[in-house]
Design a protein around this ligand. Structure first.
Ligand code: SF4
Length: 292
């Protein structure tokens, strides 16, 4: 008997617009040149990186970048510090700048704040992951002086007798940011200036409530992500809590069984690093397997 099922792909899953735009720039460039260098992984998904590498994309690190001359290099959505642009100028490297506009605005905001508050001895503080590419780009706006804090436990590093200006990496959690703000408010000396800027990107912050809603609206859910993706693990946990009939897969090939009896509405969703084409492949496979 043929089972009639509906398969829906979650429109809110997959790459954020910053990453989609960066990939679009890479594809456009690769249409007219054989090799395009990319400084760091364009996205944290090996299947998508492999797809672009087959078109001529070559991923390099900062050491290789410093040795490169007269080539074209794409800067990914996370952005880069000013030193990267200086190296490019020195080495006659043509930059294809795919820094996400949201990150670019944040870089400018931090730079402005740094210049304007320098004389007052303001500490520029960034709530983010140390060594993360976006954070390195942000710290670079302050001539390396910004203090990076990863959690509320790190606020001990700050001097509460000097002004503080707090910003956030775009992909950090809202809850964590609020906790840091409260901890600083409690400890900052009276009459000392504390300004904080919620610079968290809602493209990612809204994923959690979205995935819960999507998962509970379906009988069965395929959650697609790379096994190493930490964002994938976290979102899948939420997905499974909202709907225990959720299955984690990394590839359409992993689906070998038809759906259990009685399933009608099937959802396909994923992490911020899951390509849309991969979710489409999964949806096709599900339809095929269940039409037989
Ligand atoms: S700022 Fe938002 S849209 Fe831009 S790269 Fe970061 S998460 Fe993506």
């Amino acid at each position: 008997m043929t089972m009639r099922i509906e398969v829906e792909i979650d429109g809110g899953s997959g790459f954020c617009f910053g990453v989609v735009t960066a990939i679009g720039s890479a594809e456009r460039e690769l249409g007219s040149t054989d090799t395009l260098y990319c400084l760091g992984d364009i996205v944290h998904n090996s299947l998508e990186v492999e797809r672009l590498e087959a078109l001529g994309l070559r991923t390099i690190d900062h050491e290789e970048f410093a040795r490169l001359h007269d080539k074209k290099v794409l800067l990914r959505a996370h952005g880069e510090p000013p030193s990267t642009y200086e190296t490019a100028r020195r080495n006659h490297i043509t930059i294809v700048d795919a820094t996400c506009p949201v990150v670019l605005q944040l870089q400018k905001k931090i730079h402005r704040c740094f210049v304007e508050t320098r004389e007052k001895g303001t500490q520029i503080v960034i709530y983010g992951k140390k060594g993360h590419a976006e954070v390195n780009g942000l710290v670079g706006q302050t001539e390396g002086e910004a203090i990076v804090i990863e959690s509320v436990d790190d606020v001990d590093k700050l001097d509460f007798n000097r002004p503080i200006a707090l910003f956030s990496q775009t992909t950090k959690s809202l809850d964590g940011f609020r906790r840091v703000v409260e901890a600083i408010k409690v400890r900052i000396s009276e009459d000392v200036d504390f300004q904080y800027h919620d610079t968290i990107c809602r493209q990612v912050a809204n994923r959690l409530p979205n995935i819960q809603k999507f998962a509970s609206a379906h009988d069965y859910v395929y959650f697609v992500a790379g096994r190493k993706s930490s964002n994938g693990k976290m979102l899948f946990e939420e997905c499974r809590k909202a709907n225990p009939n959720s299955l984690f897969i990394s590839d359409a090939k992993e689906i070998t069984e038809p759906l259990p009896e009685g399933v009608r509405k099937v959802g396909v969703c994923g992490a911020t690093s899951t390509p849309k084409w991969l979710m489409e492949e999964v949806a096709e496979k599900v339809k095929r397997l269940n039409a037989e």
